[in-house]
Design a protein around this ligand. Structure first.
Ligand code: HEC
Length: 206
């Protein structure tokens, strides 16, 4: 077949193919994996996870997820709140937890870290969330889908996004970036459930 095609056309075709490959490699053809339902899905597992286990930040969580709870964080007990940690999850994941006492496969937890303002209001000295600084994301994987991938293990995918580059996961190894700090919550499948009364106050079944 190639014999009849002029050389220029073949080279042109190759260039187009190379361009497409480069676009795919650079992610240009899929600017937002969260919006793409075909290529980025790992067999229907999660819209936020590619087949290779790359995790993207849910961008619509404030519109479509429920607020699980908030942590007001001060550096020391006698110091003012300097960050708010607001946690969100999809309604169906919360419903499943309330029913079964554990997060279902594919469940998503988003923790946004915000800066804080504080003022003397009619309620007292009040602090509230302002700009986003970070987003932590956990995605439940009860099947161990990505062995050997450093973002996956102990039943979850783990990711971190920064406000100056919110589309890029900067976590590289959950065992050093995340797990040590979550050890106090190990018995609750690594989640600080006591801060989320909406879950129904149940301890997860393992
Ligand atoms: C400095 C310790 C620390 C590190 C490091 C850390 N976490 Fe957490 N994480 C916590 C604590 C404590 C909470 C709950 C209380 C709070 O936010 O103040 C929490 C809560 C969360 C939540 C909300 C659900 C829950 O477990 O309550 C998510 C999601 C989360 N972390 C993901 C991650 C991911 C992903 C990483 C790694 C990229 C990570 N965390 C690294 C300490 C940490």
């Amino acid at each position: 077949m190639l014999i009849n095609i002029p050389r220029r056309q073949i080279i042109g075709g190759l260039l187009v193919a190379a361009l497409f490959a480069a676009m795919i490699a650079l992610g240009l053809s899929h600017p937002s994996p969260a919006d793409d339902s075909s290529a980025s899905k790992a067999s229907g597992f999660s819209p936020y996870v590619t087949k290779d286990g790359a995790i993207s930040r849910p961008t619509d969580y404030r519109e479509t997820f429920l607020h699980l709870g908030s942590w007001a964080v001060a550096k020391k007990p006698d110091q003012p709140v300097f960050e708010m940690h607001n946690v969100y999850a999809p309604l169906e994941d919360i419903r499943a937890y309330r029913k079964d006492g554990r997060f279902p496969d594919g469940a998503v937890l988003v923790k946004e870290i915000t800066k804080v303002s504080s003022d003397k209001l009619t309620t007292g000295q009040s602090s509230w969330s302002t700009d986003n600084k970070l987003w932590f994301v956990m995605i439940k994987d009860s099947k161990g889908r990505f062995p050997g991938n450093d973002l996956w293990g102990d039943g979850w995918g783990w990711a971190l996004f920064k406000a100056n580059e919110p589309a890029r996961n900067v976590a590289t190894d959950y065992k050093t970036d995340c797990l040590p700090c979550h050890i106090p919550a190990k018995k609750d499948d690594w989640v600080y459930v006591r801060g989320y009364p909406i879950l129904g106050g149940r301890t997860p079944a393992r």
